[in-house]
Write a protein that binds this ligand. Structure first.
Ligand code: NAD
Ligand code: TYD
Length: 339
């Protein structure tokens, strides 16, 4: 069995590569990644010598390069993680989100049609459902919730999902889609809430909370997400969408306070800054379908997962310091200075 994983030098894709090589020792994993600012070969360093692992640098929107890879490698299953993934960047510059997230998905599926495939799995997000109000804790996203996007990022992911469903209906491509809530864990790029707050707190820098910090996200430990995708590609029904979520809703400000407490840093580091444009209020997944059909449940409680995550950032300082001392510095200045 050969699995082509796109975006495997990123956060979730990288964790998925590690997870699959550990869980399926006889599988070959082929990682295809463009190595954008978010791709990091350090994340893959522990598996580069594994004979069941291979890395190819390519852009999923580059038709010639992708078709050549399929021609040579003939993968059995494709899991498409590759994407531009940061909402704030999509507000600054939507174009690349449309190219990678929509056209890249089309190229990957065209290659699957041309060369044949057992399964094409699209890694999507709960953000395609838009947001829920804070005063309706009884509401959750189900797979039937209408698509209703807010940011250029979520609009591009939703567009890709529609295209994936169209390729299934029109061409009979054997697809599945998963829509997951916010992940956290090792190898998370420090532009996202949890790793940014850990890195800043460790450096005694201000902790920039958008608006009032009351926005709610449903946090899932990344390994639980990887296990869900492993189940879906092996046992999920073709043509279906599966929501994945941790039943772990938390307001941003509470997350930041927990990080301060765990690191022994003062809450006075917290700085309220100008809110994100179009900021979604609340995400909350109903994971009943994947639980009933595939027996999936999250295994890592947030109180344990956040400790493991913080410990990873303490043990792997070089990994994130290399990032924050590189070109990321310019991004940080642009996004946060004087905000
Ligand atoms: P990430 O930004 O950490 O990693 C993205 C990876 O894709 C990087 O390695 C990057 O180099 C690569 N990439 C970007 N453009 C590419 C292109 N054109 N061709 C090839 N590779 C390219 O993202 P992530 O947080 O790991 O997210 C992975 C996927 O999961 C995305 O599709 C995202 O929409 C989805 N998702 C993320 C979350 C989350 O909480 N992070 C939650 C739900 C779904
Ligand atoms: P983020 O990690 O960017 O994920 P997403 O927007 O995809 O959910 O942000 C999570 C939440 O944290 C979101 O409500 C925005 C907020 N946030 C801050 O308050 N400060 C920050 O510096 C960042 C990056 C995010």
């Amino acid at each position: 069995m050969k699995i082509l994983v796109t975006g495997g030098a990123g956060f979730i894709g990288g964790n998925f590569v590690h997870y699959m090589l550990k869980e399926h020792k006889d599988y070959d994993i082929l990682c295809v990644d463009k190595l954008t600012y978010a791709g990091n070969m350090e994340t893959l360093a522990p598996v580069m010598d594994n004979p069941h692992f291979k890395f190819v640098r390519a852009d999923i929107a580059d038709r010639d390069a992708i078709f050549k890879i399929f021609e040579e490698e003939k993968p059995d299953i494709v899991v498409n993680f590759a994407a531009e993934s940061h909402v704030d960047r999509s507000i600054e510059d939507p174009g690349i989100f449309l190219k990678t997230n929509i056209l890249g998905t089309q190229v990957m599926m065209d290659a699957c049609r041309q060369y044949g495939i057992e399964r094409y799995h699209q890694v999507s997000t709960d953000e395609v459902y838009g947001d829920l109000p804070l005063d309706r804790p009884d509401l959750f996203f189900t797979e039937e919730t209408p698509i209703h996007t807010s940011s250029p990022y979520s609009a591009s992911k939703a567009s890709a999902d529609l295209l994936v469903q169209a390729y299934h209906r029109t061409f009979g491509l054997p697809v599945t889609i998963s829509r997951c809530s916010n992940n956290y864990g090792p190898y998370h790029f420090p532009e996202k809430l949890i790793p940014l707050m850990i890195a800043n707190a460790l450096n005694d820098k201000p902790l920039p909370v958008y608006g009032k910090g009351e926005n709610v996200r449903d946090w899932l430990y990344v390994e639980d997400h990887c296990r869900a995708i492993d189940l879906i590609i092996h046992k999920g029904s073709v043509g279906e969408v599966y929501n994945i979520g941790g039943h772990n809703e938390m307001a941003n400000i509470d997350i930041v306070k927990i990080i301060c407490k765990e690191l022994g840093k003062p809450e006075s580091l917290i700085t309220y800054v100008t809110d994100r444009k179009g900021h979604d209020m609340r995400y909350a997944i109903d994971p009943t379908k994947i639980h009933n059909e595939l027996g999936w449940l999250p295994e890592t409680m947030f109180k344990d997962g956040i400790k493991k995550t913080i410990q990873w950032y303490l043990d792997n300082r070089q990994w994130w310091e290399n990032i924050i001392n590189g070109e990321y510095r310019e991004y940080y200045k642009k996004m946060y200075e004087g905000r």
